[in-house]
Design a protein around this ligand. Structure first.
Ligand code: OGA
Ligand code: MN
Length: 302
């Protein structure tokens, strides 16, 4: 039986039905998902009942599994396997965390518009976020289509930014929240990497902005000009006409293409409501940005 597609927004977010992600997928089904993902950069798979292994097995069709950034944070007790990014607001013993929890400040960064792992080498390709429990109010996730945003950009801006290189680091995004307390090991792991502001997505041939709160500098521009430029591009790319707001239900798996989207979590009372979300992210090919000159060798993330 073929999968069923039900678009939520024209050409960007789409629900996918008649697919059971607990089972190994036949090649033709996988090919249909790939085609859908080239057209719709956000795919929603409702009512899935997944084990961690099944979640990871589905993700691994879209590239090698990343290890979560928490694995390079000394002293963190991981609730989950290193291939899963723990997006929950829970302590290692499963309780809702308190206001002072270190990972809480860190996770607030997810409320800034970003794309996953633009600061890693290789960069992130797809993410799959799975809802095990959801907050009764708030805690949605918003997505922005950076291909449509590129398409709608005025010609002078396109000409100005095509070919510019931005520097991305997790330290830049977290600094915007006042988080600067990094260990030496983290500083090495999160040293800035240079990425083009505009890229082409091979499966669709579409051009896309490549933006994130992880950007802290643009090569060749003074810092204040770079900041104003990136701020203007992010404001443009996140206009309502380019976005989709996902309201989570337990069992939703949402897959997005990090190469041509941004996302952000919307606020909720994270010291009150448990919200248990787990993410698998895959890496893009290591040579995608080959030839982009780096200031220093990019840190390799296992
Ligand atoms: C993520 C993320 C936002 C959210 O999982 O990468 O940014 O709403 N999540 O939890
Ligand atoms: Mn994210």
């Amino acid at each position: 039986m073929p999968i069923t597609l039900s678009p939520m927004t024209p050409g960007f977010a789409c629900e996918v039905g008649d697919i059971d992600l607990t089972r190994p997928l036949p090649d033709d089904t996988l090919a249909e998902v790939r085609r859908a993902s080239a057209e719709f950069a956000v795919l929603i798979f409702p009512s899935q009942d997944l084990t961690v292994d099944q979640h990871l097995a589905f993700a691994s069709h879209f590239g090698p599994l990343e290890r979560s950034v928490a694995t390079v944070m000394p002293g963190e007790v991981l609730r989950v396997r290193p291939e899963i990014a723990d997006i929950a607001n829970l302590t290692a013993d499963g309780k809702v965390w308190g206001a002072e929890h270190r990972l809480r400040l860190f996770q607030l960064g997810n409320r800034l518009w970003h794309t996953d792992s633009s600061f890693k080498q290789p960069t992130g390709r797809v993410s799959m976020l799975y809802a095990r429990s959801v907050a009764p109010i708030g805690g949605h996730t918003e997505f922005a289509d950076l291909r449509a945003a590129w398409d709608a950009l005025d010609a002078p801006t396109r000409t100005r930014i095509d070919g510019l290189l931005a520097e991305h680091s997790l330290m830049f995004s977290r600094k915007k929240l006042g988080f600067t307390d990094w260990s030496e090991q983290e500083r090495v792991a999160f040293a800035p990497v240079a990425r083009p502001l505009v890229r082409t997505i091979p499966e669709s041939g579409r051009r896309s902005l490549y933006l994130a709160s992880h950007i802290g500098r643009v090569r060749g521009l003074p810092d204040d000009e770079a900041e104003a430029l990136v701020e203007r591009l992010v404001a443009h790319a996140t206009e309502r006409r380019f976005t989709y707001l996902h309201r989570w239900r337990v069992g939703d798996l949402v897959m997005w293409d990090n190469r041509c989207t941004m996302h952000r979590g919307t606020p909720f009372d994270d010291t009150r409501w448990p919200r248990d979300m787990q993410r698998a992210t895959t890496s893009d090919a290591p040579d995608v940005f080959e030839g982009v000159p780096q200031a220093r060798p990019a840190a390799q993330h296992a």
